[in-house]
Every structure is written in C-alpha cells, then in structure tokens.
Ligand binder design. Structure first.
Ligand SMILES: Cc1ncc(COP(=O)(O)O)c(C=O)c1O
Length: 377
C-alpha cells in the first residue's frame, strides 16, 4: 500500500488533509520553561536508561492527570509509557498477534494504522459502523467467522468519521474481548478533545473488565514532537508487554521527553493548555461548519463533529470525490479522499477535512478555494 503524504512546505497551500496541530497552537515558550524546570532539578539518573514502562514520577503525574480526566482513580501501575499511539499500536501488535492473524477494524478507520497492520502481516477486515460507532452485532458475527487476535477501534471522535462509540457498546465490546479472547486495541488519541458536554466513559476505565488496551498520547493535547504516549491496561496484559526484548535492552522510550511532559503535568500547565485547545478547536470546527454550509451545503452532507479533529463529508450525489484531489492541490487547498480510510478501498464518495491545522480565516479561505472545484462538472 502506498500512503499519500503531504508536502507541508508547499507555500500558501491550505491543506485540510493535514491532521496535525496548528503551528499557532504550539506553546513553544512553555516548552522551554518545562525543559528548564526539568534540567535545573535533573540528576544523572535522569539521563541513564529509564525503567521499562516509564519512570515512577512520570507515571505518578500521568495517573493524577488521568484520574481527574476520567473521574476515577487510575493506578500508576496500570500505565506504561510509549512513544505515542503509533508506537503503542505496533507494540501491541508485536506482543499479541503473529503474521497471518486477523485484526478487525471499523469501516472507516485511521489509514496510517493500516500500514502498521501491514508491517505486522495482519489480515485486516472491516466491520460496519453507524451513528453510535461499531455495530456490535456485526462485530460478533465477524469475530465468530474470523477468530481475530485483535480488534482495533477509535472510540472517541474517530479518525476520520468523528463518531464516538456509545457507552453501552463500549461495555459490550469489552465483554466480547473477554468471551472471545481477543485484545481490544482502543486508540484513544482524541479522547480528551470533546467540545460539548457530552462525554462517554473513557475506555481506560474498562481495562479490568476485559482484554482492553487503551492507548493515549500527548500528540493531540500537547505536541507530537515529544513522542510521548501511554498504554493503560490490566496487570496481566502489561506483564506481557514488559517482556518485550528491545524494551528490556533499551529501557523506557522517550525517557527525556517524558520528563519534560511530567513538568507540564506537575505545573498544571497541561490542564490549562488543554482547556485552551478545547476553545480553539471548538471555534475552528464552527468556522469549518459555517464555511462548508455557506460554500458547499448543496454538494456535501456531514454531521458536525462534537470533538476530535475531523469532518467526514459525503457527496450528496455519491460522486467519486478522489478525482478532485489533484485539481484541489493545484488550487492550493486539499483533503484526504475517503477511500484511504477503507480497508477495501471503498468510500470514494467521502472526504476527510481536518480543522486542526489552520486558523478560522484560513479555514474560510481554503473552503472557498475548494468550492468551485467540487461544484464543477
Ligand atoms: C487515530 C490516531 N491514532 C494515532 C495517531 C498518531 O498518534 P501518535 O502521534 O501518538 O503516534 C493519530 C494521529 O493522527 C491518529 O489520528
């Protein structure tokens, strides 16, 4: 599979295909404060190999942060540091699957995870979703048919659909993981990015009810460059992860980065920054919704996202939208075609737009560039 990437240096292009934080939302000054704070108190041990799974002070700060966010006590022992969710997905596949095994995913799902599954030589099968996320009855049928070793879901503000899995289905999915003995890889990258009062029970709160592995990351709430994330799971699954040879050889991943993140957590600045991001992203989502209604309301249909980074839009006339991609880029705007998110290369009448990377003005400008292209022919 060839993965399309974007050249961010393309000057003047407003490319909504980029699902990354905006440059203006990177708190660079704070990063230098956290780094100074870490360095002024650091000991030689902080520059040595870190304990596999993370340094206790980091895990303690993370557990406090998650306990407040999930409104339930999160034990530091249930946490294991990763280099972000991409690393977490690969690590879990490495430990719990073998080449030729089947992994079930949502239709649609995160296209870059498909590349990881391909690296691990997994057979990827998709299961339909509706407005409440993965359809559990259909998942059960697929589980009985394919006997997967893993199921991969993005339960909160899915990339690309923006849909969240209902709390009832989270519990059912957890039960199924126990009954049928598969690992449930819950990619919770957008869990904390909710722009309304509606929130679902975090998958991290289900880890002792089934074979649940919740993956969290600082990429979307602080900065991807730190390469710091975490696994939250039960002792029995974590023990298997702790036995990973290269982790035992090299120790904690992103050891220094995790100490800088610790300073962000301990100072309370991570909480403040998250609140700031929620207001910013919420306004950007509103700007995109309004710009789309204004320019493309006759062509496209969508649900306004309640969180995360993405709009998932369908052509009302079910036209193949991928064909407009080249022309969009020539006109200095862009999107991700829906087919990228389908493991069967379907969904080509869909497109994904991210509102995270640009300001409100840029969002209006980019949509106004895209409108004549999608309206042509
Ligand atoms: C669903 C999902 N998982 C994982 C990632 C990558 O996360 P990380 O930067 O923590 O590796 C992304 C980033 O776009 C994502 O959307």
């Amino acid at each position: 599979m060839t993965i399309a990437t974007f050249d961010k240096s393309e000057s003047g292009t407003i490319n909504f295909g980029i699902g990354q934080p905006a440059p203006d939302l990177m708190p660079v000054k704070l990063f230098s404060e956290f780094t100074r704070s870490f360095l002024s108190n650091a000991t030689p041990e902080d520059f040595n190999y870190g304990p596999v799974g993370g340094e206790p002070r980091v895990l303690s700060a993370l557990s406090k942060f998650l306990s407040t966010s999930y409104n339930i006590e999160v034990n530091p022992q249930s946490l294991f540091l990763t280099g972000g969710n991409s690393h977490g997905i690969d690590l879990v596949c490495e430990r719990f699957t073998k080449p030729g095994d089947t992994i079930l995913v949502e239709e649609a799902s995160y296209f870059l995870a498909f590349a990881i599954f391909q690296d691990r030589q997994l057979n990827v099968i998709s299961v339909p979703t509706d407005a409440d996320g993965l359809i559990i009855d259909q998942l059960e049928v697929a589980v009985k048919k394919y006997h997967p070793s893993a199921v991969y879901v993005i339960p909160d503000f899915n990339n690309p659909t923006g849909i969240s899995l209902s709390t009832k289905r989270r519990a059912e999915l957890t039960d199924l993981s126990k009954q049928h003995d598969f690992v449930l890889i819950s990619d919770d990258a957008y869990q904390m990015l909710s722009y309304t009062n509606t929130s679902y029970q975090a998958m991290g709160t289900f880890v002792n009810e089934g074979n649940v592995i919740s993956l969290g990351t600082f990429s979307k709430i602080l900065a991807p460059g730190f390469r710091v994330g975490w696994i939250q799971s039960s002792e029995i699954l974590l023990e298997k992860i702790r036995q990973t040879g290269w982790l035992n050889s090299g120790g904690s991943v992103s050891h220094l980065g995790s100490h800088i993140v610790r300073c962000a957590l301990e100072s309370g600045e991570q909480d403040k920054h998250l609140q700031y991001l929620l207001t910013q992203y919420s306004s950007r989502a509103s700007a995109m919704h309004d710009a789309l209604l204004h320019h493309l309301g006759d062509e496209l249909i969508w649900q306004r996202p309640q969180g995360g980074y993405f709009f998932w839009l369908a052509s009302k006339s079910r036209r193949d939208l991928e064909v407009f991609r080249g022309e969009s880029l020539r006109c200095k705007t862009g999107f991700q075609p829906g087919s990228l998110f389908s493991c069967g290369a379907e969904l080509n009448h869909y497109m994904r737009l991210s509102f995270s990377h640009y300001t409100e003005d840029q969002i209006w400008e980019g949509i106004s560039r895209m409108a004549p292209i999608l309206k042509s022919n």
